[in-house]
Design a protein around this ligand. Structure first.
Ligand code: CA
Ligand code: CA
Ligand code: CA
Length: 395
């Protein structure tokens, strides 16, 4: 170290007193001093440094070797024998090999081991970091990773194996995926739909198949077989489920969903007495004028009777049936009392105002007929009028 200090001091002195010429061989007196020495070599080239000379250019400042500083450092370190300095010597030594050998035979070995192999040595001088850890390499793991593991950053990492799988274990403690609601994960790693027919006897099982089928006429509704009545376009008849779309009125029957007149027992009174049903009775409006008693006979001949009126409804119907024409009613007076021809009880009456008046003092009015508007009048029985026969099939 003492020698080294002297070297630095000498260099400082040389720089201080020397010129600033770019060619140290021309202007530096110390160089001249060296050259003046008879070493048998060309100028500036040194070998076999028997003597120490000041280093004019610190290492790295001139980009080329001057054959001085390096060898001096190598010498110093070599003499000290520190392993930690071995690395720094590696790249050096160009043109100084002789020096190293001469001053520190051991240093040559360090320089090759430390610098040559590790490429640059240990900048901090520890000399251990680069040389002793060759088995720890990025991308390699020790001990080697097991099957299914990847070495990442020196650690063995489990790699999930989910190729071709949508669910199930990924081999690393995780899952490859979760099956959607209503499905389960098979061992193969695929999701399989689970049929659900709970409380269902028919209908979709949730997986594209059926929980069961219904027998006609039942249809599946909310998982159960039910019959839904269908009366579209029908007013009567079977509803498709054993029920009815509705009853038909009396003297009618259901024909393909529609009620039509049906009265096999109703008499036929001919073309002058067309029939019309009302309620459960059949009425015949006869337009051949007859005396009251002839009208009664005509009706009875066919199994009917001259019409009787027992309610406002029936009265209104007859009035509308005849279109306002005057028609005989089956009502007559006998012994100061009015009677219906079929002996049904007296009840409803619809006499016009002031009727029955029995006519005047010269007439006898004992037979009732209907005026336009549905009101009644007593009249002479020999008058010829239209009449209405009535048939009661269920009496
Ligand atoms: Ca009647
Ligand atoms: Ca009378
Ligand atoms: Ca009268």
């Amino acid at each position: 170290m003492v020698l080294s200090t002297g070297m630095v001091l000498s260099v400082g002195m040389g720089l201080t007193i020397g010129s600033c010429s770019s060619d140290p061989t021309e202007a530096n007196p110390f160089i001249n001093l060296i050259d003046a020495k008879d070493d048998g070599l060309p100028e500036g080239e040194t070998t076999g440094p028997v003597e120490w000379v000041p280093d004019l250019y610190p290492e790295g400042s001139d980009g080329h070797s001057d054959g001085q500083g390096e060898e001096s450092v190598g010498d110093l370190e070599g003499t000290e024998g520190g392993e930690e300095n071995g690395g720094a010597d590696g790249p050096e030594g160009d043109g100084a090999g002789g020096d190293v050998d001469a001053f520190a035979p051991d240093a040559d070995g360090w320089g090759q081991d430390g610098g040559g192999e590790d490429g640059g040595g240990d900048p901090d001088g520890t000399g251990e970091t680069d040389g002793g850890d060759a088995d720890v390499t990025p991308g390699k793991c020790n001990p080697p990773c097991g099957l299914g593991e990847l070495c990442i950053g020196g650690d063995c990492i489990c790699t999930p194996k989910c190729l071709g799988k949508e669910c199930g274990d990924d081999g690393c403690g995780g899952l490859c995926g979760i099956c959607p609601m209503g499905s389960e994960c098979l061992i193969s790693g695929t999701c399989s739909c689970v049929p659900n027919c709970e409380a269902k006897v028919c209908g979709d099982d949730g997986c594209g198949s059926s929980c069961g089928y219904c027998l006609l006429p039942d249809v599946c509704l909310d998982g159960g077989c039910v019959c839904i009545p269908d009366c579209t376009g029908k007013t009567c008849g079977d509803d498709g489920c054993g029920g009815s779309c509705g009853p038909c009125p009396p003297l009618h029957q259901c024909d393909q969903g529609t009620c039509s007149l049906y009265c096999p027992t109703c008499p036929n009174l001919g073309g002058n007495c067309p029939q019309t049903v009302h309620g459960d009775h059949m009425y015949y409006f006869c337009t051949s004028p007859r005396r009251w008693d002839k009208a009664v006979n005509k009706c009875e001949e066919s199994g009917t009777h001259l019409v009787t009126i027992s309610s406002p409804d029936e009265n209104s119907f007859v009035s509308s049936l005849t279109g306002g024409a005057q028609v005989w009613l089956g009502y007559y007076e006998s012994w100061f009392n009015w009677h219906w021809v079929n002996d049904e009880p007296k009840g409803y009456e619809a006499w016009a105002d002031g009727q029955p008046d029995d006519g005047d003092i010269w007439t006898i009015e004992d037979c009732a007929h209907m005026w336009p508007g549905g009101v009644w009048n007593d009249n002479e029985c020999h008058v010829e009028l239209f009449y209405v026969c009535e048939y009661e099939p269920f009496k």
